[in-house]
Design a protein around this ligand. Sequence first.
Ligand SMILES: O=C(O)[C@H](O)[C@@H](O)[C@H](O)[C@H](O)COP(=O)(O)O
Length: 244
Amino acid sequence: MASPLVEILDTEEVVSGKLCELVVSKANSAIKNRGIFTVGFSGGSAAKFLCDGLPKACTDWSKWRIFFCDERHVPYDDPECTYSIYKSNLFTKVPLSEEHVFPLNPDLSVEDAAEDYVRKLGTVFTDGLPRFDVLVLGMGPDGHTCSLFPGHPLLKETKKIAAAISDSPKPPPKRVTLTFPTINNAACAVFASCGSSKADIVQQVLEDKSDNPLPAARVQPTDGEVIWFLDKGAASKLKQASQL
Ligand SMILES: O=C(O)[C@H](O)[C@@H](O)[C@H](O)[C@H](O)COP(=O)(O)O
């Protein structure tokens, strides 16, 4: 597994722009080579960055297949619903068909919604373990990514490609998340982290070797790349700050 590529940028706005630039570049390359682009979006600040930058992207949206790296198990009209945030701020602003976006079914129990999500993944990834072209990931202040939290049994999941969690320490408690078998089969996992409040956890994840690594540190695609876009605040505690 290659070491993460870390790019330290001046501001959050530059991080947002570079993230969107990377996603669109990967999309257009995948579309050219395979006629389809598969991507997982995260919530939180990643949603803000992508909704800011992607509406003006020059790409064939009809070839995009959009999943969520994790999603809260809430009604679509709940402000916590990541899908609805993207729908209002991106999906309705680009020529993207609803059938190419794969939200949770909140009417099912969280367990059944996870099983239904696995089924939806199977409609796009028809030959087994999903291999996303890009997973856009965020990292919480505790080192979680997706809805995979430190010390949670789901970190050890080796069979399910997506799973339900009902005890998320970050509210809301019920979510569906991709698991590491899927995450670490991606071609590209890209993190965007900004702000000095993330500096300690970024330093820990990127530089501290641990026999019990934090979830974000466990993102190590077996045949893929990990890219971190950081602003100066988030990178301020890195000892070997590598500026590309
Ligand atoms: O739906 C979610 O809660 C997100 O997917 C979550 O995993 C997020 O990426 C991190 O909490 C970082 O969020 P911020 O970038 O907003 O700190």
